[in-house]
Design a protein around this ligand. Structure first.
Ligand code: ADP
Length: 662
């Protein structure tokens, strides 16, 4: 497909948000291209908005009214005279209408040609095209006849276990494993229903389920002159509910022959599509047979692209911009060399101990150690608010080192010292995976997390960790009061001497309470917590960091406060949140009999019932959405709806009373 002229790009509108917007802006700066951010209400103060050369408000926080609104994005691009739009990933990045609209308006879409996007939009068409071009695909059925008999027969012929997939699915949604014949009909019907609801299309494909599978993908790159290459693999097998959590490269299971075979298949896929930008060919790799099969092509930049950048030394965003301008690829396949080893962890605002539900709130403090080879791609900074509207991924942590083991060790170190306080994150969950011996040895499949990672102990902190945190919280507050005291030297005498009397603070941690008694004597503090006593010297305090010597050992704590919550971080104790008990405690929120409350901060998508309506146990009451995750609140028992306190479109905090039932 030899095209034509070079179209210069002098300014780029970034139709995205968060870390990926910030990432694209960085390359724009490097290339001397003007960057234009667009932002919603919730993102007004976000770091990516500040980083851009200019920033334009485009609407309400709900993505449909801002980042997904094609008209608004195109109008803004025309108004500011942007020569190109970079869609990032998610949002409009794989929306063929958007890509076509850009072309129609004379704006360069930084991504592949619309035909390639369209061809890969359906899982069945994608597989058919790949088969035609001799790319191995997972054995299965992808026909137009979607009758129950045909799908059932297909599953029986393939042999169990099988995987049902929504043709229009994505992001790990719309998949269902069926283990044996007796459940197949029910499963097909349920998958069709789910798929219709989620994607507006109930077409399914049936695949052989690879029980011990690894997800290995190849970065591909093409230009408008018919060249296509691959930029090696990324191992993305560490997943939770089919969504990637950790990615690394090189894969611990590929030898040179396999790498060449898979890379060739990836390039074949790229050529089949006349591929002319960045893309990813995903394969499922069967650990038991070493066979690999095409899964899909993602026609965009991938979340985990930094892993490839770290080992190849290439700037993928720059390459995307160059390809979109019509420039030929600056490198050939033989120029692509992997150097060392890279790993990425996705930091999420979610609670591993509460079924990984997304968490919202304020990040009071965010910082990380300076480590050679660490690359932090953050969507946040200290003071950022995490809202209900967007994906809960708040940062990507990428490290590079010469050897796999060294990179793993470094990642564990960074996770231990990363300070992200104010809300619950998956930090210690990531740490547990990265330190797991099987992960280190490279022995894992896509079920590693459910099989090997127990999340319960993550929340159970030892008594000594909690006590150390209590000391840190108490002395952080003491130091703050002491600073004030020095400013107010004219206080009546006796005030200070009073202070030498034993003092007390009570904190709660989860359900438990901790009484901390302490007194100041001869330049040091004696603490008594439970049955233990501690001799503590306050060595120094600077902003939020506190250095304490406790029974002869020095510790470094970060302590931040938000209202009566203390968030404490220390290498040994991890993150601990203590709530200081008031002398006059807040009146506890009354529990309402028959009341249903929001389990997390959410947006109300749909109210499924009416006042006065009789409902049965298990019936859906209200559909809630929090950070892209939809859930339906169900009735616990039979009854009648007495009162409803919310309506569709509203936003509620966790614990908000939604409705009452009799
Ligand atoms: P999506 O488009 O929703 O991301 P994919 O087809 O890319 O769906 O698959 C997502 C994940 O599901 C894969 O990374 C893999 O873990 C698992 N998976 C998909 N197909 C199979 C299969 N045939 N056998 C085993 N696991 C599979």
């Amino acid at each position: 497909m030899a095209s034509s002229t070079i179209q210069p790009i002098t300014s780029i509108l970034i139709a995205n948000r968060g870390e990926i917007a910030a990432r694209i802006i960085r390359t724009c700066k490097k290339m001397g291209i003007k960057s234009i951010a667009v932002f919603s209400d919730a993102d007004r103060k976000a770091p990516f908005v500040k980083a851009a050369d200019s920033a334009v408000f485009i609407g309400e926080s709900n993505p449909a009214q801002s980042y997904l609104d094609i008209d608004k994005i195109i109008d803004t691009a025309k108004k500011v005279g942007a020569s190109a739009i970079h869609p990032g990933y998610g949002f409009l990045s794989e929306n063929v209408h958007f890509a076509k609209r850009c072309a129609k308006e004379g704006i360069i879409f930084i991504g592949p040609n619309p035909k390639a996007i369209e061809a890969m939009g359906s899982k069945s068409n994608a597989k058919a095209l790949m088969e035609k071009h001799q790319v191995p695909v997972v054995p299965g059925y992808k026909g137009k006849d979607q009758s129950l008999e045909t799908l059932t027969k297909a599953a029986n012929d393939i042999g169990y276990p099988v995987l049902l997939k929504a043709v229009a699915g994505g992001g790990g949604k719309g998949m269902r494993i069926v283990k044996d014949e007796k459940n197949i009909e029910k499963a097909i019907q349920a998958a069709q229903r789910e798929s219709k609801n989620a994607f507006g299309d109930d077409e399914l494909i049936v695949e052989k389920y690879i029980a011990s599978g690894r997800h290995i993908e190849f970065q591909i790159f093409g230009d408008q002159h018919g060249n296509a290459i691959h930029l090696l693999e990324r191992e993305c097998t560490i997943q939770r509910r089919y969504q990637k959590v950790i990615e690394e490269s090189p894969s611990p299971v590929l030898d040179d022959d396999l790498r060449t075979a898979m890379g060739d298949a990836a390039v074949k896929a790229a050529k089949a599509l006349n591929y002319d930008n960045a893309g990813t060919v995903e394969f499922i790799f069967d650990d038991s047979t070493k066979n690999f099969y095409f899964l899909e092509v993602n026609t965009r930049l991938q979340v985990e692209h930094p892993v490839t950048e770290e080992i190849t030394g290439l700037d993928l965003v720059q390459m995307q911009i160059e390809s979109a301008q019509g420039l030929p690829l600056a490198i050939e396949q033989n120029d692509v060399k992997g150097n060392g080893y890279a790993i990425e962890c996705r930091l999420y605002a979610e609670d591993a101990n509460n079924d990984f539900l997304p968490v919202t709130g304020k990040i009071v403090k965010f910082n990380f150690p300076e480590v050679d080879g660490l690359r932090m791609e953050a969507a946040i900074e200290s003071g950022s608010d995490i809202s209900v509207f967007y994906d809960p991924m708040i940062a990507k942590i990428i490290v590079w080192d010469k050897e796999r083991s060294a990179a793993h060790r470094k990642m564990a170190y960074v996770l231990k010292h990363l300070v992200c306080l104010g809300i619950v994150t998956n930090q210690s969950f990531l740490q547990t995976i990265v330190e797991h011996p099987d992960f280190n040895k490279g022995i894992y499949d896509t079920h590693f997390i459910e099989k090997k990672i127990d999340v319960t102990p993550l929340s159970v902190k030892s008594q000594s960790s909690i006590a150390l945190s209590g000391i840190a919280a108490t002395l952080s507050a003491w130091q703050r009061r002491d600073e004030k005291r020095h400013l107010l030297r004219s206080l009546p005498s006796g005030w200070r001497s009073n202070f030498y009397q034993p003092q007390q603070e009570t904190y709660s941690i989860g359900e438990d309470e901790m009484l901390v008694t302490y007194r100041f004597q001869q330049n040091s503090f004696s603490f008594s917590i439970g049955d233990s006593t501690y001799q503590v010297n306050l060595i120094g305090k600077e902003n939020d960091t506190l250095r304490l010597e406790i029974d002869g050992i020095q510790y470094h704590f970060v302590v931040v406060q938000n209202g009566n919550h203390f968030f404490i971080q220390n290498e040994q104790t991890g993150n601990i949140t203590l709530q200081q008990k008031d002398r006059f405690p807040e009146k506890a929120v009354e529990k309402v009999k028959g009341g249903y409350t929001a389990p997390m901060p959410s947006q109300i998508i749909q109210v499924l019932v009416k006042e006065g309506q009789a409902v049965k146990a298990g019936e859906g009451l209200i559909v809630l959405s929090s950070m892209k995750m939809e859930s339906t609140l169900e009735a616990n028992e039979d009854g009648t709806i007495e009162e409803i306190y919310v309506e569709a479109g509203g936003n509620v905090e966790a614990g908000f009373l939604l409705l009452k039932m009799k």
